[in-house]
Write a protein that binds this ligand. Structure first.
Ligand code: AGP
Length: 594
């Protein structure tokens, strides 16, 4: 994981680096640090998020060259010594790194045999010393980077300062994202566009094995064959990458409250002029498939469960849904003519990248990525990409992206069977989302107050409501650190009911007419064992005493219509417990290590 920034020739390097790293905190925040070149390389770093950088950096300094890093620890615990930037032994080269070097131990052993000393537990310190080793003999950075590239196994996005090149910031990329921001009289580098958006709207996405340097006036990129390449910048509009909180206290709240807009946008883009707007070749490939396999992680996996069930019900296509990290170790693609749908908000999730590699190596199977991130690593490897257009999602807990994923899968299903009713059903969810936003926040907050001091919470549902329960449970544990479990109502009696004890909060979703009465029986079973039950029901299925009642909608769209209830609940519990809602412990937004 980790986020990196770098700049050459920018007027306010201190602000750029600190503010930029704050925007990349979603990539990890175990420690943060900055390195810059004056007469020598200066490094300031410590554990904790980029917020502490203001305190540990000199209040002003002049430099042409700056690099910075926010870390999600992989090799070595979060500590000052393991923080980036890392310096080479002769202190003349410094670098920041996002990724994992798989052969770090081997390379360390080699460097130890050459007299190198190591002070941290990181793979990054191995990289900087190997670069120094090559540089000391070649006296040339281009040659050194080529040699380094040949030796490193694993993933890396590197931004590098060498004292002998006071005008150049070097870079090298494989597997981890790295982007150049093209300025006027300056140039920038970062893990994504957000830190650079204030300074430019022209960005170059580096490709794997690209290396080279940026100076004030030049951008030189060499590809894997060592050829100088001219990668054309793409222009991005500031709004689509903005991290502005727009008056909200937290990104999570802002992003929950954007769900209605996100759904409207998806409909307007993918059903423009009253016609479905998907690539006709994509639809053809999907129609010809005899099995659709979905892969995702976390929230995106939960969206795939919904999508798979919708495809089965509405399109009569058999589907299988896999957690990416599980499938990779048993990589069987079901069907004689399969199609694979990968779902990833970030498009950078390492487990999925691994799966895609396997799929491409073994089979000639068409693949579709549903993602929020144009130009992401995954989108470069798949046959088709469909964008969520949900706007940047900053909070580690995914909310609006989940609703957008489900909405898009529903639209895709509608397009496949030319089913116009799907659009009508989706449009109906917007009123439900709005009425939750306008009328139910206070009662949800009251439930949050009642459950916040419990150690365990259960979520129950059947079918689509079970899928939503899984997502509600993940969200609660992720940001409130309360242990929670989601079960299909019918599974309770097969074991989990043993856990029901006096006062245990059980949150039940009842929105599906076919499962409602079974769920009511399940409620009686847990109530009679002392559980405190909170029912979320649609009006036509509601009963006296239900905690939250919402207008009716097409029940297979729970993930769009009422996911905000689950999100608000987790949000309020986390807030009441005094936790950092947007940056839960131990997590990062983009999981770029397996
Ligand atoms: C959700 O709240 C999580 N933080 C996490 O489960 C996330 O959905 C998962 O890591 C997958 O990420 P992706 O969609 O970017 O691939």
């Amino acid at each position: 994981m980790c986020g990196i920034v770098g700049a050459v020739g920018i007027n306010n390097p201190r602000d750029y680096a600190i503010e930029g790293l704050k925007m990349l905190e979603y990539r990890g925040y175990d420690s943060a640090g900055i390195g810059f070149l004056s007469d020598k390389i200066n490094i300031f770093k410590d554990i904790g998020s980029p917020n502490h950088l203001d305190d540990i950096l000199p209040s002003s300094f002049e430099t042409e060259l700056i690099i910075g890093h926010t870390r999600w620890a992989t090799h070595g615990t979060p500590s000052k010594i393991n923080s980036h930037p890392h310096l080479s032994c002769n202190r003349k080269i410094a670098l920041v790194h996002n990724g994992v070097i798989d052969n770090a131990n081997e390379l360390r052993t080699f460097l130890l045999s050459q007299g190198y000393k190591f002070y941290s537990d990181t793979d990054t310190e191995v990289v900087v010393n190997l670069l120094e080793y090559f540089y000391l003999s070649s006296k040339d950075m281009h040659t050194s980077l080529t040699l380094l590239k040949d030796q490193l196994e694993g993933s890396y996005a590197l931004a590098i300062i060498n004292e002998d090149y006071p005008d150049s910031l070097f870079m090298l990329k494989k597997g981890s994202p790295l982007m150049i921001g093209k300025g006027k009289g300056f140039n920038l580098i970062a893990s994504d566009a957000s830190p650079m958006a204030k300074y430019t709207n022209e960005f170059i996405d580096l490709e794997d094995y690209d290396f080279g340097y940026i100076s004030k006036k030049e951008i030189k990129i060499f590809d894997k064959n060592n050829n100088l390449v001219d990668r054309k910048p793409i222009v991005k509009d500031a709004e689509s990458i903005s991290h502005d909180l727009k008056g909200y206290p937290h990104y999570m709240l802002k992003e929950i409250e954007e769900i209605d807009e996100v759904v409207k946008r998806a409909i307007s883009i993918y059903h423009e002029d009253n016609q479905y707007q998907f690539d006709s070749k994509l639809l053809k490939d999907l129609r010809e498939a005899d099995h659709v396999m979905f892969i995702g992680c976390g929230t995106s996996y939960h969206a795939s469960l919904v999508g798979g069930r919708i495809f089965e019900i509405c399109n009569n296509i058999p589907t299988t849904e896999y957690i990416a990290s599980e499938w990779a170790f048993h990589p069987v693609i079901p069907g004689k003519k399969p199609f694979v749908i990968l779902i990833s908000q970030s498009g950078e999730t390492a487990d999925l990248i691994h799966c895609l590699k396997i799929i491409k190596e073994k089979n000639n199977v068409p693949t579709l990525l549903i993602t929020n991130t144009p130009g992401s690593t995954l989108s470069r490897g798949v046959t088709y990409t469909v964008l969520l257009h949900a706007g940047v999602e900053v909070s580690v807990a995914s909310t609006k992206a989940y609703a957008a994923q489900v909405a898009l899968l529903a639209l895709l299903s509608g397009a496949l069977s030319k089913n116009e009713k799907m659009v009508v059903d989706l449009k109906d969810t917007i009123d439900v989302i709005d009425s939750i936003k306008n009328n139910l926040k206070q009662p949800i907050e009251q439930i949050a107050e009642e459950i916040k001091d419990h150690d365990n919470v259960f979520f129950l549902g059947r079918s689509f409501d079970y899928f939503l329960s899984l997502e509600a449970s993940l969200k609660l544990k992720e940001i409130s650190y309360i242990h929670s479990e989601a079960y299909p109502g019918g599974e309770l009696k097969h074991g989990p009911i043993a856990l029901i004890s006096e006062g245990l909060p059980v949150i039940v979703f009842i929105t599906d007419p076919t499962t409602a009465s079974s769920m009511r029986s399940n409620i009686e079973e847990v109530k009679s064992r002392g559980a405190k039950v909170y029912v979320v029901a649609t009006k036509s299925l509601s009963k006296k005493g239900d905690a939250l009642i919402v207008d009716d909608y097409a029940h297979f769209l729970s993930g769009v219509a009422i996911s905000s209830i689950a999100f608000y609940l987790a949000y309020f519990v986390s807030l009441k417990k005094g936790y950092n809602v947007d940056k839960p412990r131990n997590l990062a937004k983009s999981v770029t290590v397996e």
